[in-house]
Design a protein around this ligand. Structure first.
Ligand code: ACO
Length: 423
């Protein structure tokens, strides 16, 4: 096994550390016992250089712009599989055969009804509350209704816990939306596939026919799939941190929901549309690009740049293609898409963005597609939550099964006052 040597010149201590190979990507230095051997902690602001766990779920090559779920490229999955097959793949490690798919998909449908008590929570929320705040609270309440899911030793029980939350989150998200609009809450329709059912719950009324086109279902299904997992991002790391304490799995998922809300993470898709609206017209694009490049202006171009991808985000490529297809099939076009096209064209050719490897990310395209599907901006991040829930739960299961898993407890570099007496 290759070794890694560290020498502390100040204290003259030195240590030898193992260099652990990865199946893909850079090896990692196992720094267990670092402080004891070399007398210092490591400092890694934002954890950009630190592997916090071992994982076999998702692999990203940010330089190449590659994303693999259990080894399969995202582009191929998006072409050939649906979201529920991908959920199975993430949870079980392999794609389902037809019997496995049928039973998994049926179980998700039957679990889509939340406990009736969840509905009553909605009465307490203001109808202008942000859907992410309401969704987070309602999912938190789920842990009170399903308090049995704590026995990690029972594999089937844990998988049932996973299927249950994957199935219920779209219903709770749809309730959240309907509450915010003053619409009656609609039950899931178990005769419909997961994604169609979500669109149904968003659009249906107690009487009258609900129109849902296949092309819309396929587009949203792809959006869910592209968001399903993304290795150790901020929300997944949050889920793992809360999960490491032994908290209820749904409580850990709620922590992920809250982390996702931020505009530097899942909230970016909502911010992209808000920003395109603020730009207002193709003629104004140059002015905003100038602002984004100004080092003294905190303004950033939303939907550009990514912590890991320093190339085109492969999910953005799939969505760019999808948006072009939707333009032809359902004729989507809008002033916002025209503005987005201009922003994209300038940014992809501007030295500032090129030099910093700032490419459009998934949020740059998902917002305009969701808008074209008639989904309101405030629901964009809840839609990200629906797609990502399977990823969070899969990480939680992997973590719980890891015999080496420890409670998350990073260190700090203290820069405060030294010890002093109270006057
Ligand atoms: N617009 C303008 N300049 C930018 C942008 C942007 N969107 N993103 C980064 N930069 C610039 C920074 O100002 C910095 O410039 P400098 O080197 O002259 O100081 C340089 O690029 C590097 O920026 P960092 O913040 O260090 O890059 P990091 O990789 O840490 O940040 C992040 C990634 C947070 C996503 C950032 O690019 C950003 O804020 N983008 C806009 C928000 C967004 O789209 N978020 C969605 C992320 S994808 C997701 O969560 C699914």
């Amino acid at each position: 096994m290759a070794k890694f040597y560290v020498r502390n010149e100040k204290s003259q201590e030195s240590g030898e550390f193992e260099l652990l190979e990865s199946t893909l990507g850079a090896p990692v230095v196992d720094i267990s016992g670092f402080k004891a051997k070399v007398g210092a902690y490591t400092y890694d602001n934002g954890f950009t250089e630190t592997a916090s766990c071992q994982s076999a779920i998702t692999y990203i090559d940010g330089a190449k712009g590659e994303l693999l779920y259990r080894g399969y490229p995202i582009e191929e999955l998006a072409e050939k599989k649906n979201y529920i097959e991908v959920c199975y793949l993430l949870l079980h490690g392999e794609l389902p055969n037809s019997d496995e798919y049928e039973s998994f998909e049926r179980d998700i449908r039957t679990k889509s009804y939340p406990h009736e008590g969840i509905k009553y929570l909605f009465r307490a929320f203001p109808d202008n509350g942000h859907p992410m705040a309401i969704l987070s609270s309602a999912v938190s309440a789920l842990s009170a209704f399903h308090h049995q899911h704590l026995n990690i030793k029972d594999d089937e029980e844990f998988m049932e816990m996973a299927r249950r939350i994957i199935a219920k989150i779209p219903t709770i998200a749809a309730y959240t939306y309907r509450h915010s609009m003053g619409y009656p809450l609609i039950y899931p329709d178990m005769d419909r596939y997961f994604t169609e059912n979500f669109l149904y719950m968003m659009r249906a009324f107690p009487t009258g026919k609900t129109q849902i086109r296949d092309v819309e279902v396929r587009a949203l299904d792809k959006i869910f799939m592209l968001h399903a997992d993304h290795e150790q991002n901020a929300s997944t790391t949050t889920v793992r941190a809360v999960g490491s304490t032994g908290a209820h799995p749904y409580a850990a998922v709620v922590a992920g929901i809250n982390a996702l809300w931020g505009r530097a993470h899942g909230g970016a898709n909502e911010s992209v549309i808000a920003q395109l609206q603020m730009i207002g017209s193709v003629e104004n694009v140059d002015k905003f690009i100038k602002k984004a490049k100004d080092p003294n202006d905190p303004f950033r171009l939303m939907g550009f740049g990514h912590r890991v991808y320093k190339n085109f985000d492969p999910r953005a490529r799939v969505l760019k293609k999808l948006r072009d297809e939707l333009r032809e099939t359902i004729g989507i076009s809008s002033k916002l898409i025209e503005i987005a096209d201009r922003v994209e064209e300038i940014a992809l050719n501007d030295e500032y963005f090129v030099k910093r490897n700032l490419y459009p990310n998934i949020d740059f395209y998902s917002g305009t597609i969701l808008e074209a599907l008639g989904i309101r901006k405030k629901m964009f991040t809840p839609i990200f939550v629906i797609g990502r829930t399977v990823g969070w739960i899969t990480h939680l299961i992997e973590q719980k099964k890891d015999p080496k898993q420890k409670i998350y407890r990073p260190r700090q570099r203290y820069i405060g006052k030294t010890k002093r007496s109270v006057p």
